[in-house]
Write a protein that binds this ligand. Structure first.
Ligand code: THU
Length: 129
């Protein structure tokens, strides 16, 4: 898991967050074992900004993978930052409920949770059967 932390911390340095000043890094391990990374990318048109988790997921899908087995999110906050609602739904699209999502501060405080705990009662494809 330290490889995920290292990857998330490194990509966080590249975050484009001039409006919030809040840099976030995310790293996800795909089924192949490859680690994909993403950072938040803000925009002067605020709603056009994207979250770190979304960037990591986009990198995984662009590389031809669609399943993630572990995720790590780090931010420069006093306490581990929970993913926004949209990112919870995005994680649930590509990871099983039991997948561990570790939320962390730059200082090293970590909180481990799961996709199911982050998104109880999730809407999934089963409802469209
Ligand atoms: N942000 C993320 O990238 N991931 C999260 O889990 C929480 C929030 C970003 C979005 C925005 O660029 C900044 O943090 C402040 O909301």
């Amino acid at each position: 898991m330290s490889d995920l932390r290292d990857a998330a911390l490194a990509v966080r340095e590249n975050a484009h967050a001039p409006y919030s000043g809040f840099k976030v890094g995310a790293a996800i391990r795909a089924e192949s074992g490859v680690v994909y990374r993403g950072c938040n990318v803000e925009n002067v048109a605020y709603p056009e900004g994207t979250c770190a988790e979304a960037g990591a997921i986009a990198a995984m899908v662009a590389a031809g993978e669609t399943r993630l087995t572990e995720a790590y999110v780090v931010a420069g906050s006093p306490a581990p930052v929970p993913p926004c609602g949209g990112c919870r739904q995005k994680l649930a699209e590509f990871g099983a409920g039991e997948v561990t999502v570790t939320l962390a501060t730059v200082d090293g405080t970590e909180r481990a949770t799961t996709i199911a705990d982050l998104l109880p009662g999730a809407f999934d494809a089963g409802f469209m059967a």
